[in-house]
Design a protein around this ligand. Structure first.
Ligand SMILES: Nc1ncnc2c1ncn2[C@@H]1O[C@H](COP(=O)(O)OP(=O)(O)OP(=O)(O)O)[C@@H](O)[C@H]1O
Ligand SMILES: Cc1cn([C@H]2C[C@H](O)[C@@H](COP(=O)(O)O)O2)c(=O)[nH]c1=O
Length: 226
């Protein structure tokens, strides 16, 4: 049997936008269709990158240090998990990728996006990519939610990490950073109106998958967040 083409789908949004339960549901839907799914996250996804995640989420550091650590983790994650899974024809569902670095370290912290673009070239543009191309997701689902609504959801959910403890103004900048990334890559980004019921959010996600021919309508209709 022919190996299916690997699919790389990332999920983005400010903290509390509601990505997590939908990633698990989408993984189930792809599996129901016979695909092998690698469900992963950033920062993290490998033993090395998970250790870096602990540092980034809980230790005090400046924006350059944050950027270097998230890109170091990404490099390991790409080499050990994402690229091999795509080469095997799997579906890779990744909770955040490089758009988060531009949104959080770039727009949120005000760090130089030119430096981030250089790091992106080093990490995502190695010998395995066609000349001049960077590894990027095939699709990025951007869960768009007003920062104040996300803050209310998070307040009820868990103790905040370093990012979640940031003030509303930080998340307004992160939100604007995502909007800029979406505008720059309209073919890759799909905006998900996340201020809706879980069911309505799920319908937007599956509609995007069906439009691309990645998910059958029947499978999409039968699956959903638990
Ligand atoms: N559509 C929704 N309506 C209301 N509450 C929701 C909705 N989706 C998720 N939530 C709740 O909001 C909180 C944050 O959701 P979740 O953890 O899925 O967000 P997230 O985007 O994965 O956040 P983070 O990136 O910070 O991990 C949870 O308590 C979750 O139950
Ligand atoms: C990839 C990436 C992530 N971050 C931030 C964004 C979030 O606040 C945390 C991850 O927490 P989550 O609950 O798993 O969403 O890390 C970042 O600042 N830069 C990045 O590149």
């Amino acid at each position: 049997m022919q190996t299916p083409r690997g699919l790389f789908i990332s999920f983005e949004g400010i903290d509390g936008a509601g990505k997590s339960s939908h990633i698990a549901a989408l993984a189930d839907a792809f599996r129901a269709q016979g695909r092998t799914v690698t469900q992963t996250r950033e920062p993290g996804g490998t033993p090395v990158a998970e250790r870096l995640r602990e540092l980034v989420l809980h230790e005090d550091m400046d924006a350059l240090t944050e950027a270097l650590l998230v890109f170091a983790g990404r490099r390991d994650h790409l080499r050990r998990v994402i690229e091999p899974a795509l080469a095997r024809g799997e579906v890779v569902l990744c909770d955040r990728f490089t758009d988060a670095t531009f949104a959080y370290q770039g727009a949120g912290r005000g760090f130089d996006t030119g430096v981030l673009a250089s790091l992106e070239q080093w990490v995502q543009g190695d010998e395995r990519q066609p000349a001049g191309q960077l590894r990027q997701p095939d699709m990025t689902l951007w869960f768009e939610l007003a920062p104040e609504v996300a803050a209310q959801r998070l307040a009820a959910a868990r103790a905040p990490d370093r990012f979640e403890a940031e003030p509303a103004a930080f998340f307004a900048r992160v939100h604007a950073g995502y909007a800029q990334r979406a505008e720059a890559a309209p073919a890759r980004f799909v905006r998900i109106a996340a201020d809706a019921t879980r069911h309505a959010v799920w319908q937007q996600i599956t509609a995007a998958m069906v439009r691309r021919g990645w998910l059958a309508i029947m499978v999409a209709a039968q699956a959903g967040p638990r």
